[in-house]
Ligand binder design. Structure first.
Ligand code: HEM
Length: 532
């Protein structure tokens, strides 16, 4: 019975006042001043002007005016949850990383899933790549594995990322279409960027329409390094394998779901965790050495290529469990900041030119998005291990160094001098040899753009292949310029002539002379495809 908390509505001019008392706390301003009336601004007379003096009104309104922060420049729409990572197989043979030493130990985790191209208010089931960003609060600092649900990427060099994203987002004059892939700019860029076609095969496949965040794989994409205590490095690719299995919806379902429930994926995750049905993934690693890297048909530094699991099997080393929803979406999911450069001792980068560029980009954008250089003071971003440094000041500084000393070296002694370097525990970069002229160049080992695209396409069962060709026909049918459509189909000829023939047919365009479909067109499936 809350009726006793209501003041007499008549006495207060008709509006509802709910008053403090008993266990109900007193409403205050941000300065802690108790508030007597939160329904009426301060006026000169009952019908007079509102007074500038009303500090409660001004504080409340000013704070509201500043509620929005910029959305992420990509991956704006996302949903996060807390959990833990548990090590099941020690990697102490290949890395000194603390998180990989002791079997059975649990490391707190926060995960944010996302779409890439849509704005913060866009629909969950867009045809798009999904982000799969994991923050592990290890005892030697935060490790962010900022991955996707597709193991390869559109481009090989970070300098192309602004172009890719400009082309994928709504066109700048008309601000539509919001559907990422279905427009001239996107396909214009892609058709002029052959390296994108492996990823295009994945984004036109069922992988781009996951049934749930819980039924997606995650991939670190790049080749990273694990480094042991002696400084020896082993290359590694990271994989998250869902225990729930891999599931997608078909386009027909996606379109309906987006209309009926644009929050389909976030609702699904929220409901599952609150019902105690905690989603879980295995962490797998593909480990390989220089000899394998040298013998591999492709360059392990090329993010448009994967390493087939038949060549390097996956070793499962742990599990990730999500068991707690957030208390507050903005404080946690919106303010969380993942960054590829956040790696603890024992994990290191490769020279992948996409990864190198990402390492620069994330911190830069977060300094803007989160209002300055102190966003690690926000609880969701703060490490859960001891942390001492001499960085200070800036907007919203919460943890300035204590005492007189804010520099080193200093001679203030052990008790007053503050933190010191630690050559034994500290991060030491892998001592990779580097030589050669300074030049803007793409290695020739990055040149084969179609073999793995073909491998992916032929690995799909017939109905999955049909979904790919249907998706290409649908997306390209939204492209107005015929030359962009033809140029795209000409790339498909290098991947699979049957696919090219089917898509050309669906678009009503003829293939170039001499391009004979080597395989039966995919449309020769039974008419009663129950899934489409
Ligand atoms: C988010 C840049 C490639 C996965 C972002 C953000 C930027 C960015 C600026 C927004 C970060 C923020 O505001 O907090 C880039 C650049 C790339 C690149 C420059 C290539 C040169 C990739 C790749 C992956 C990826 C290859 C996957 C392996 C993600 C994810 C997020 C993200 C998952 C969302 C993180 C979150 O949930 O907060 N990226 N990105 N990005 N990126 Fe990338």
């Amino acid at each position: 019975d809350i009726s006793f908390t209501y003041a007499d509505p008549q006495a207060a001019g008709g509006e509802t006042h709910q008053v403090a008392g008993g266990d109900i706390p007193t409403l205050t301003t941000q300065q802690g001043i108790p508030v007597a009336d939160d329904q009426n601004s301060l006026k000169q007379g009952a019908r007079g002007p509102t007074l500038l003096e009303d500090f409660h009104f001004r504080e409340k309104m000013f704070h509201f005016d500043h509620e929005r922060i910029p959305e992420r420049v990509v991956h704006a729409r996302g949903y996060g949850a807390h959990g833990y990572f548990e090590l099941t197989d020690s990697l102490s043979d290949v890395t000194r990383a603390d998180v990989f030493q002791r079997v059975g130990e649990r490391t707190p985790a926060f995960v944010r899933f996302s779409t890439v191209a849509g704005s913060k208010g866009s629909v969950d089931l867009a045809r798009d790549v999904r982000g799969f960003a994991v923050k592990l609060y290890t005892q030697e600092g935060n490790w962010d594995l900022v991955g996707n649900n597709i193991p390869v990427f559109f481009i090989q060099d970070a300098i192309k990322f602004p172009d890719l994203i400009h082309a994928a987002k709504p066109e700048p004059d008309r601000a539509f279409p919001q559907a990422q892939t279905a427009h001239d700019n996107f396909w214009d860029f892609v058709s002029l960027t052959p390296e994108a076609f492996h990823m295009i095969m994945w984004t036109m496949s069922d992988r781009a329409l996951p049934r749930s965040f819980r039924t997606m794989e995650g991939f670190g994409v790049h080749t990273f390094r694990l480094v042991d205590a002696k400084g020896k490095s082993t290359f590694v690719k990271f994989h998250w394998k869902p225990k729930q299995g891999l599931q997608s919806v078909v386009w027909n379902e996606a379109v309906k779901i987006n209309g009926a429930d644009p929050d389909f994926h976030r609702r699904d995750l929220w409901d599952a965790i609150n019902a105690g049905d905690f989603p879980e993934w295995d962490l797998g690693v593909q480990l390989f050495d220089d000899a394998f890297a040298d013998s591999f048909d492709f360059d392990v530094l090329d993010a448009t290529k994967l390493i087939p699991e038949e060549l390097v099997p996956i070793r499962v080393v742990g599990r990730l469990v999500l068991d707690r929803v957030v208390d507050n979406f903005f404080a946690e999911t919106e303010q969380v900041a993942f960054c590829t450069q956040n790696v603890p001792p024992g994990i290191d980068f490769s020279n992948d030119p996409l990864l190198q560029g990402r390492n620069f980009s994330y911190l830069d954008t977060q300094i803007k998005r989160l209002g300055g250089p102190n966003f690690t003071h926000i609880p969701i971003n703060a490490p859960k291990c001891p942390m001492h440094h001499f960085q200070q000041d800036g907007h919203m500084a919460m943890h300035n160094p204590k005492g007189r000393v804010n520099y080193e070296p200093n001679s203030w002694g052990a008790t007053q001098g503050g933190p010191r370097e630690d050559p034994a525990r500290g991060f030491i970069s892998f001592a990779e040899e580097a030589d050669g002229p300074k030049q803007r160049v793409r290695s020739e080992t990055f040149a084969d753009h179609y073999s793995q695209a073909r491998q992916f396409f032929v690995s799909q069962v017939q109905i999955e292949q049909k979904h790919i060709s249907d998706a290409l026909v649908f997306e390209l049918s939204k492209v107005e310029r015929p030359d962009i459509r033809s140029r795209t189909v000409s790339h498909l000829l290098h991947i699979d002539p049957g696919l090219a023939a089917t898509v050309a047919d669906g678009l009503g365009i003829s293939l170039p002379d001499g391009a004979v479909a080597a395989r039966q067109p995919i449309t020769d499936l039974p008419a009663s495809d129950p899934l489409s």
